[in-house]
Design a protein around this ligand. Structure first.
Ligand SMILES: [Zn+2]
Length: 452
């Protein structure tokens, strides 16, 4: 089957043709590990997880690399303010990231290099850039000479002069040109540092990805991915470094960028009070499959809006589908589903196809398609397990207490009853003219015995 992917570098949807069909190679920029992943961080993880799953259905081997940036000034600041060691913070945060992404069904990449394990490769690459005249050393720094690379800005479609006008480029005495960016910078005694030809110091962020991608995927590979907030300057800088150091005309054949995430129509930010992490949602009882399903319901090149309504709808849809696949045998993924994904990862169209399988009552094909999308494991997840507990007597009692409360405007008894039901693992769904009680996976009938 042909796979078409939108390539940022050419601004067009192209037929995907791997350099080596025996080994498709993909690099995705990973997290800087100093805190829990917020919901926006999960989007590229899920987008490239879908691509990874799709590629694995079509090629014998896929090598997927996603790094951990474990040397960064944000990490140093977190260590200083918390009094904890950098190693402790990065190890803990890396594991949090893997746990949280695992909970939303993301497969682990084949390689997850930590930047600090590739310092020698970074130093070697910087030395090569300096030897080639693409970089220079000054005052303990090594800097890339942006004007030496004629194709700089091609990925994001900007000219160097536009970028100077628009970007907050830092003017510094050790820079020949304000656009030049840091490859290496000096560390003081309190800051992590490694010996180098330019003194004790640490790498800039951009060189990390160039060095790790080269070490694990070679000087040129198939796909490079990340959020579109990384396009400039990070990806422009990666391309400039890699192409100049490796003597290649491109770093990756296909550049893919996902759009950003919003919450209820607004940019997620701490100041707006709508900032939350993947772990926050999981702890509120939102199943990982639901988070994943909501994310996949929007195409990756469109802004994704996380809303409470979508969360509820996703949960209802998945419960319905899980009920349909129970008792079925896992069948084959239908061509319509794969075709949708092969069309530049059109996950919303794939979901439309799943709805159609559900309507047809084809539990076997539905199961296979849900597995390909990563919302179905080997069995129906506990949260969605169908319970046949008969709660109709409680529904009737609840409805009559509710009717009384509407009359008297005293809701205390109704509230107490509701709390007791929830504590017993019952989901309480209000309808206009009554209530639906659904026993959840943690349903404990003993806890209902004391109910009036
Ligand atoms: Zn990167």
């Amino acid at each position: 089957m042909d796979i078409h992917l939108y390539n940022t570098a050419t601004r067009s949807k192209e037929l995907f043709a791997p350099l080596d069909p025996e080994n498709v190679r993909m690099y995705v920029c990973g997290p800087t590990v100093y805190d829990r992943a917020h919901l926006g961080n999960a989007r590229p993880v899920l987008v490239f997880d879908i691509l990874y799953r799709l590629l694995k259905t079509q090629y014998p081997h896929v090598t997927y690399v996603r790094n951990f940036t474990d040397v960064d000034d944000k990490i140093n600041a977190r260590a200083a303010e918390s009094g904890r060691s950098i190693g402790e913070i990065t190890a803990e945060t890396s594991q949090w990231f893997l746990d949280d992404m695992g909970a939303i069904g993301a497969l682990e990449p084949d390689h997850m290099p930590r930047a600090t394990a590739y310092i020698a490769e970074m130093v070697e690459m910087i030395e090569g850039l300096i030897d080639g005249g693409f970089a220079y050393a000054k005052e303990g720094h090594a800097l890339f000479r942006v004007r030496e690379y004629a194709r700089y800005g091609k990925l994001s479609g900007r000219s160097v002069d536009d970028m100077i006008a628009g970007a907050r480029v830092e003017v510094a005495p050790y820079k020949e040109d304000p656009m030049d960016f840091v490859l290496w910078k000096p560390s003081d005694a309190q800051t992590p540092g490694w010996d180098s030809p330019w003194g004790r110091g640490r790498p800039g962020w951009h060189i990390e990805c160039s060095a790790m991608a080269k070490a694990l995927l070679g000087p040129q590979f198939d796909i490079h991915g990340g959020g579109n907030d990384l396009m400039f300057p990070h990806h422009e800088n990666e391309i400039a470094q890699s192409c100049c150091a490796n003597g290649t005309d491109r770093m990756a054949n296909v550049w893919m960028h996902n759009e950003m995430l919003q919450v209820e129509g607004k940019k997620m930010s701490k100041s707006l009070g709508n900032f939350f992490t993947v772990r926050d949602l999981l702890e509120q009882g939102v199943p990982g499959e639901v988070i994943r399903f909501v994310m996949l319901s929007t195409h990756y090149r469109k802004p994704m809006d996380w809303t409470e309504k979508k969360r509820e709808e996703a949960e209802a849809t998945l419960r319905k589908w899980y009920a349909q696949v129970e008792g079925a045998n896992e069948g084959k993924v239908t061509e319509a589903v794969t075709t949708a994904l092969a069309d530049d990862l059109n996950t919303p169209q794939a979901i439309v196809e799943l709805h159609q399988l559900s309507q047809k009552g084809d539990g076997s094909a539905l199961w296979a398609a849900m597995r390909l999308l990563g919302v179905m494991g080997d069995a129906v997840p506990g949260w969605a397990a169908v319970s046949d507990a008969d709660l109709s007597a409680y529904e009737a009692a609840f409805s009559s207490v509710r009717a009384d409360a509407m009359q008297t405007k005293d809701f205390s008894k109704l509230d107490a009853m509701k709390q007791m039901l929830i504590a017993a693992g019952v989901e309480v769904k209000m309808r206009k003219d009554g209530v639906d009680l659904v026993a959840g996976p943690s349903f404990d009938p003993v806890k209902l015995e004391s109910m009036p």
